[in-house]
Design a protein around this ligand. Structure first.
Ligand SMILES: [Zn+2]
Length: 154
């Protein structure tokens, strides 16, 4: 039996997304990426430091009635590179994908450089290239290495 089978059995959701194999300790950052802070009425279940054969410990995030955009998946992959995304409809897993590390992340992160054109009130989406150890703004070349979630534009 896989970790996912166990998790889904314990607490099934009717429809939505189960983000499994999240790096332990990152569950709250995943919620930040999704823009979920508890005020939107979403039903969310979190498992933190759940035993996992593959990872030792993992976090699991279940969000009802919500699927993820590609931009959200791209940022998610940077903080939880082992995550699996399970799309649930009528209690069944209809789709299951590993996240993949993108070459670039468009429109989710905010550039920390106040002088950057993406912060000038122009209708320009942010665009960061993904490096081995961070991301780099394509407009002003500012590099973000730590705490990506602090730069999420929600
Ligand atoms: Zn920039």
């Amino acid at each position: 039996m896989t970790d996912t089978d166990t998790e889904l059995r314990v607490n099934k959701i009717r429809s939505g997304t189960v983000i499994d194999h999240v790096t332990a300790g990152e569950a709250l950052h995943v919620l930040a990426i999704l823009g979920i802070d508890g005020t939107g009425g979403e039903t969310v279940s979190l498992g933190m430091n759940v035993p996992s054969k593959r990872l030792g410990k993992k976090d699991v995030v279940k969000v009802e009635s919500r699927e993820l955009s590609q931009g959200e998946l791209d940022v998610l992959s940077l903080i939880a590179p082992d995550a699996t995304i399970n799309i649930i409809r009528e209690y069944e897993v209809v789709e299951k994908n590993r996240v993949t590390r993108p070459a670039e992340v468009v429109g989710i992160l905010q550039c920390p450089n106040r002088e950057c054109i993406t912060n000038a009130g122009e209708p320009v989406d942010t665009d960061f290239s993904v490096l081995d150890d961070g991301v780099r703004c394509e407009y002003c070349e500012t590099i973000i290495r730590d705490d990506l979630t602090a730069h999420i534009d929600v």
